[in-house]
Design a binder for this molecule. Structure first.
Ligand SMILES: C[S@@+](CC[C@H](N)C(=O)[O-])C[C@H]1O[C@@H](n2cnc3c(N)ncnc32)[C@H](O)[C@@H]1O
Length: 235
């Protein structure tokens, strides 16, 4: 079954994504030397299309393949793509998972932001093989992970607070270990007006606590941490 885990909170996703400018900067810098003539750039777990916009701006000639399994996330992604003539011409949206998506024979770069921890070790190994078969030597695979080296109890903290119209939106997150290398994150969004909560939406999802160095080791590729949560792997 395709992962719909993000659909319940998709409506709020871009409120939190507003804080992701540092990742966008590192993505832009890392993509600068990509040979877009080789094949499309693959964005796996593209979410609402935040990185798609960054990739398109960094590489004006690139074709982009955006793979996203969750229907509601993909609805925002497709809306973003069709509302911009340039994106509409260059971005193909695929309703599939990293494990099952049919991939073209050649890719010029791969973007995995906030996605790779949703795959277990076996699924990641299979993915690295599929990517290695398609990327030219030295092409970048840009990864963004959660900078938590091992599962740990994380008290609830607010990670987003935005006003829209008359309402205030707040995103809260907490986490508990769910296995030797697995975290279970609980996210809670509230929509309030004049301090009165109108609506609460909660969801839970699991994330393997892999860091950039772990990914370098398990791929056997060369790699570099660009910040505490972003890295580049090159096969
Ligand atoms: C934290 S969000 C990141 C979205 C986007 N990459 C960004 O950085 O804004 C994780 C995304 O990965 C997607 N996802 C979850 N499991 C997946 C899988 N097995 N294959 C591909 N995408 C997956 C989710 O639906 C969600 O949109």
């Amino acid at each position: 079954m395709m992962s719909e885990s993000y659909s319940p909170v998709a409506e709020f996703y871009d409120l939190a994504a507003r804080t992701q400018t540092e990742t966008a900067r590192l993505l832009t810098e890392t993509l600068a030397d990509v040979d877009t003539g080789y094949g499309p750039v693959l964005d796996l777990g593209a979410g609402t299309g935040r990185a798609v916009e960054t990739i398109a701006a960094a590489l004006p000639d690139a074709r982009i393949l955006a793979v996203e399994p969750a229907t509601a996330m993909r609805a925002v992604l497709l809306s973003r793509v069709v509302s911009d003539d340039d994106l509409r011409r260059r971005v193909t949206v695929l309703a599939d998972t990293a494990q099952n998506a049919p991939l073209p024979d050649r890719l010029s770069a791969v973007v995995l932001l906030g996605m790779v921890g949703h795959l277990d070790r076996q699924e990641r190994t299979a993915l690295w093989q599929r990517l290695a078969d398609r990327l030219p030597a030295g092409a970048p695979v840009i990864v963004e992970v959660i900078p938590l080296p091992a599962p740990a109890s994380m008290p609830e903290m607010r990670f987003a607070r935005e006003s829209v119209g008359e309402d205030d939106y707040e995103g809260w997150i907490s986490g508990e270990p769910a296995g030797p290398d697995l975290m279970r994150w609980r996210t809670r969004w509230t929509v309030s007006r004049q301090q009165r909560i109108l609506r609460t939406v909660e969801y839970v999802n699991d994330w393997y606590t892999v860091g950039v160095q772990d990914l370098i080791a398990e791929t056997g590729w060369s790699g570099l941490a660009l910040s505490s949560n972003v890295g580049v792997l090159r096969r």
